[in-house]
Design a protein around this ligand. Structure first.
Ligand code: PCA
Length: 204
């Protein structure tokens, strides 16, 4: 049963590649339970593991029936919020995931379309973030690691599952925390920015 109050599902990943922190997980946890534009935020942690990450998200989609899903991941080396435009049907890892899997040149979903576009209002989100003094841009590649994998599975489900019709979804990459490397972004700014992403996506 969908909850009475409409829900926004925000996901973040656990730390990977030997790190101890992942700003995506910390930022979505900070927003758990908040009400943004009349929608209650449900935060969810995904394992940085091909397959298992999507299994976890899929279960949450069926439970919460969210109006909006924003998956968030860390993209070390990028500066500012990267609002991802496109998910591609490719798993091609340059490092092992948290279960030691390192697929090469493999489809996420065999036989499924080559790509899906985000259904977030990309430019309105970027404008909203910049208006708050937060650096942001539209990105044309979410990579080919676990973030793109989850993004692709999400957009495929939104396109094909009858119960997901009318749900908007997309993916946002955020920079390292300042402690992790440069360029970094303070956790408070990541949290503030994700709030903008949600509000603009619900209103836009
Ligand atoms: N970033 C990785 C996976 C988990 C995360 O936070 C990625 O960009 O694929």
């Amino acid at each position: 049963m969908p909850p009475d109050q409409p829900t926004v599902l925000l996901t973040g990943f656990d730390p990977f590649a030997g790190a101890t922190r992942n700003p995506s997980r910390e930022a979505v946890q900070a927003l758990h339970g908040r009400v943004l534009a009349g929608h209650r935020v449900q935060a969810l942690e995904l394992p940085t593991v091909f397959g298992a990450a999507w299994d976890t998200l899929q279960t949450a989609l069926a439970t919460h029936r969210p109006a909006l899903v924003v998956c968030v991941g860390q993209a070390g080396g990028r500066s500012g919020f990267h609002i991802e435009r496109v998910a591609i049907n490719v798993d091609d890892a340059t490092l092992p995931d948290n279960a030691g899997q390192q697929p090469h040149n493999r489809p996420v979903l065999p036989g499924a379309p080559a790509a899906y576009f985000s259904s977030l209002p990309l430019h309105a989100v970027v404008d909203g973030l910049r208006a708050q003094g937060l650096p942001a841009e539209v990105s044309n590649s979410a990579g080919t690691f676990v973030c793109n994998h989850v993004f692709y599975c999400l957009m495929h489900a939104l396109a094909t599952e009858p119960y997901m019709q009318g749900t908007r979804g997309g993916f946002v990459h955020v920079p390292w925390l300042p402690e992790q490397g440069s360029p970094g972004m303070a956790l408070a700014d990541v949290v503030r920015g994700l709030q903008v992403v949600v509000e603009v996506s619900l209103e836009g």
